[in-house]
Write a protein that binds this ligand. Structure first.
Ligand SMILES: Nc1ncnc2c1ncn2[C@@H]1O[C@H](COP(=O)(O)OP(=O)(O)OP(=O)(O)O)[C@@H](O)[C@H]1O
Ligand SMILES: [Mg+2]
Length: 276
């Protein structure tokens, strides 16, 4: 696969993330369940890749393999050429549930990882303030999470992930629990943050519009067994404004991705389990 990556800054360079024939098999009552079947994918440095697909197609399993939270049954994932064999500080993970410490203010939450990394107090405060500003929460730096809306909590989680300076952000349906309007605003905000401070992003979603709006490339997965169905290049300009979202080009890409997600009926005929 040699996809065109118009906004990746490392054209021709080795991939930042490489997924090489990764399989994941879970033991189940009547045999084994193939959650990932030889998934291969290269992601360039600073690329924004979204992964979309039906429930159960292995999106979270793939992300967990990249995060080092699940070990592949076959194949391997590498970051900067080094095999992933556990969580690491260069990979920040953001889940759907905000996972903020409820007893800590926004600032203390954002500082948390810096504190455990032994960063001195003054630098901690400066870095926390920088990322709190970057996600637009400066008015709420001293607020407790319970006083924030869902969208604000997720912005805080994003600032916290950024603060420890990971080169990779792994996001598993981070906006899944939010209402449609908040979601759209957070998509724009995340892209603004990313364009000011680029990282390599792998973003899982089951929302086709969200997948297309954010990405350089959309990876469409299929279930039973979990595998890559299609990879769609998104040659839309950044910044992705409302005009981009309403453009015919966006509509065409969305239709193409939607088609790839929706027309997966042939895969249902394939067995998802093998008897041990
Ligand atoms: N620990 C486990 N043991 C057995 N089966 C598992 C385990 N973890 C995941 N699976 C199965 O693997 C498949 C893929 O799960 P995964 O959570 O990766 O899907 P997903 O694409 O993230 O789905 P969703 O969109 O609902 O979050 C599912 O059928 C799930 O039931
Ligand atoms: Mg999932």
């Amino acid at each position: 696969m040699t996809p065109d990556r118009p906004t990746a800054s490392t054209e021709g360079a080795p991939p930042k993330i490489s997924v090489d024939a990764v399989s994941k098999v879970f033991p189940v009552k009547d045999g084994e369940f193939v959650a990932l079947d030889r998934v291969s994918l290269d992601i360039a440095e600073n690329e924004f890749v979204t992964v979309v697909g039906p429930s159960g197609c292995g999106k979270s399993t793939l992300l967990n393999v990249l995060a080092g939270l699940e070990e592949p049954s076959g194949g391997r994932a590498t970051v900067d050429g080094v095999e992933v064999d556990g969580p690491g500080p260069e990979r920040g993970v953001i889940f759907q549930q905000y996972a903020l410490f409820p007893w800590l203010t926004v600032r203390k939450n954002v500082e948390f990882g810096l504190r455990t990394a032994g960063v001195p107090a003054r630098e901690r405060a400066e870095r926390a303030d920088h990322f709190i500003r970057l996600v637009g929460l400066e008015q709420f730096a001293d607020a407790l999470p319970k006083t924030l809306s869902g969208g604000m909590k997720q912005r805080c989680a994003i600032a916290r992930a950024y603060a420890v300076d990971p080169s990779i952000l792994l996001m598993d349906e981070p906006f899944g629990a939010l209402d449609a309007l908040t979601r759209v605003r957070l998509q724009e905000q995340l892209l603004e943050t990313w364009s000011q401070d680029r990282r390599t992003v792998v973003f899982i979603t089951h929302d086709v519009d969200e997948a297309v709006f954010l990405a350089n490339r959309v990876v469409v997965m299929a279930a039973r067994p979990g595998r890559i169905q299609e990879v769609v290049d998104v040659d839309l300009p950044y910044p992705r404004t409302e005009d981009v979202r309403l453009s015919p080009e966006f509509g065409e890409l969305r239709n193409r991705v939607w088609h790839a997600v929706y027309h997966q009926s042939t895969s249902l005929a394939q067995p998802s389990t093998t008897t041990a």
